[in-house]
Design a protein around this ligand. Structure first.
Ligand code: ADP
Length: 586
């Protein structure tokens, strides 16, 4: 596995995604700074009120000093509330926009990967990775703004005000804080390790559940419920154990933090009281000390929890980015040009290919398909017919050799232009959980409704679509609308007709149809294939009879080629296969 991935660091990625919204970020950070400073100042105002109240003599003008401080306090708390709401209004704009931009970017970049990347990963696990990153960004930014950054300002304010009261109080806090943060560092280090493991087992579990659910057919048909329960049960147990361990560690940390903070608060009050009776501070100062220490209690108590959460999300973001930004194995080469197809000539030139972790499929294969020629690939299953097509579509890349279309090496043209020039009607067409109209239109997004219906008519799909109550607006896969294999294949043909590409690939295009439907569709396929270069694979050899040339493959090599007639006359491998099939039907 390639470990030398070039994924961006989480921090860099978050900054990048934030950058278009920095105006909101700066405003939010500024407002938190002011609001948090004002919060601490309220403690100072209380001190002023108490000290002034003590100096008040009933019935004299001295009463106006504490009164004015009380008034100021009232105004300050209103302004403070407004400031905090200001942080909410600006912060939410920053965070939601950043999250959405990250989502769009990740989804876009995920799609750059080859089919091999997706086939070796669970779809559920990949979508989890994306949501882990985006949810992670949301949480990291929220925690940063309203917890961690806010705490830094609170601590700075507290240190400043304590130093105003008495430098020993400030030094005591500073000393204590150093020890508290040092302990916190080790707590977080341990917790983050546990969180990383937890996140891993969580996505593993989800992937396994999605895999099991999406293979429900096999589970039910093979009566494998019990086995599945045991299999998934192992991953649930692993997840539970890791969650418990992480939580347990967290609880012990809280026990420690609580005790440490209680000690600090009691110590500060004791020192304050001593300083008071020494006449070094006023009663107002002592009340301020109590206010400051208890005011910051919860923030410090949960500091390790918050930092751990941030680290947990950071790890989630990191893991997601590592996965999504794995090196892309098939991508546009530097200076890739747009494929221009004039005649549709295809040339496989000395192709060597094996699947990743698989056996060799081709070693030195050569095949030339003339412009407008219709070639049928035949041979026993597993000889590499589909692979030949996958290589043409650049879903995989040969280890050596070149594939050329009209003389242009497909490795040097853009993937988009390559695939735009090839229409595929395949055996297992995948349909989006969207309307039939959208499902056909995706072959050519600029097509209008009439184009779609015309294509569907030519593909003989219009007949069954017309009979659905919602017609083209029917959502595929929704309850009650289960398309048969033949119907799905007609959708695939409609897509290919709409795509109108110069090269057509038919991969078991009529395999799900009965003979009657096949005849109907053959007409549509003939129309689709007219004046285009065609490569067709079909298990049922009768489908390929009318091809210009049949290429018989075995062991990744071409053994025989010629028209159906020629190959029958040759009485070789193809003829044998044909006779077996004819015998089976006869
Ligand atoms: P055909 O279309 O002639 O039935 P394929 O081209 O599908 O044959 O397969 C050729 C060989 O490659 C087979 O041995 C098959 O098991 C193997 N193969 C196909 N797809 C993959 C894959 N994604 N990973 C590894 N091996 C594969």
């Amino acid at each position: 596995m390639n470990q030398s991935s070039s994924h961006p660091s989480p921090l860099k990625f978050i900054v990048q995604m934030s950058s278009p919204y920095r105006r909101y970020a700066i405003s939010a950070i500024f407002l938190v700074t002011v609001a948090s400073t004002l919060n601490r100042s309220l403690n100072y105002l209380i001190k002023l009120i108490i000290d002034a109240a003590q100096n008040t003599v009933a019935g004299s003008l001295t009463i106006y000093t504490p009164l004015s401080f009380i008034l100021l306090y009232g105004v300050a708390i209103v302004i403070n509330s407004l400031l905090w709401r200001g942080t909410g209004f600006t912060g939410q704009k920053w965070i939601t926009s950043t999250e959405a931009l990250a989502y769009r970017r990740l989804f876009k970049d995920l799609n750059r990967h080859s089919i091999n990347f997706f086939q070796s990963r669970f779809a559920g696990s990949l979508s989890n990775k994306i949501t882990n990153v985006t949810n992670g960004i949301h949480s990291i930014l929220s925690q940063f703004l309203w917890q961690l950054y806010e705490l830094v300002i609170s601590i700075t304010g507290t240190l400043f005000l304590l130093s105003l009261a008495n430098v020993y109080l400030m030094l005591f806090f500073l000393l204590w804080l150093t020890g508290f943060l040092a302990a916190g560092y080790f707590q977080v280090k341990r917790l983050s390790k546990l969180s990383y493991k937890l996140a891993h087992s969580s996505s593993l579990l989800r992937g396994k559940v999605v895999d099991s659910i999406s293979n429900v057919d096999s589970v039910q048909l093979l009566a494998g419920w019990k086995r599945e329960q045991r299999y998934i049960g192992k991953y649930i147990e692993l997840y539970r154990r890791r969650r418990l361990k992480q939580w347990n560690t967290l609880e012990w940390n809280l026990v420690f933090n609580g005790a440490a903070i209680d000690l600090w608060i009691t110590g500060s009050i004791l020192i304050g009281f001593y300083l008071l009776i020494q006449g070094a501070i006023t009663t107002g100062d002592l009340v301020m000390v109590i206010g400051l220490t208890t005011g910051i209690y919860l923030d410090l108590f949960f500091l390790a929890v918050h930092v751990n959460e941030v680290i947990g999300h950071y790890n989630g973001v990191k893991e997601g980015l590592e996965e999504i930004y794995k090196p892309v194995d098939i991508k546009d080469s530097k200076g890739a040009t747009s494929l221009r197809v004039k005649t549709g000539e295809i040339e496989y030139d000395d192709i060597y290919f094996s699947y990743p972790n698989g056996a060799e499929v081709f070693s030195g294969l050569n095949l030339r398909i003339a412009p407008g020629e219709r070639v049928g690939l035949v041979g026993p299953s597993g000889v590499g017919k589909s692979t030949l097509i996958k290589l043409l579509l650049r879903l995989y890349q040969p280890q050596a050799g070149q594939i050329k279309i009209d003389g242009q090496n497909i490795a040097e043209v853009t993937l988009t232009s390559l695939r735009e020039n090839i229409a595929v009607v395949s055996q297992d067409i995948s349909l989006f959980h969207r309307t039939l109209l959208e499902n056909i239109k995706c072959a050519r997004p600029d097509a209008n409704r009439d184009d779609v219906i015309r294509a569907a008519k030519l593909a003989r799909a219009d007949d069954f679509i017309k009979n659905l109550s919602l017609k083209y607006a029917t959502v595929v896969g929704e309850r009650g609308v289960k398309l048969s294999g033949g119907e799905r294949q007609r959708i695939a043909i409609a897509r290919a007709i709409l795509r109108d590409a110069p090269i057509v690939i038919l991969d078991e295009a009529t395999s799900s149809l009965d003979s009657a439907s096949e005849e109907l569709i053959q007409e549509a396929l003939n129309l689709l294939c007219k004046d285009r270069t065609v490569i067709s694979i079909a298990h049922r050899l009768s489908t390929l009879r009318t091809m210009d040339r049949l290429v018989y493959l075995e062991d990744g090599r071409i053994i025989e080629e010629g028209s159906h007639r020629e190959l029958l006359n040759k009485n070789g491998r193809y003829a044998r296969l044909w006779n077996i099939q004819a015998g089976a039907f006869g």
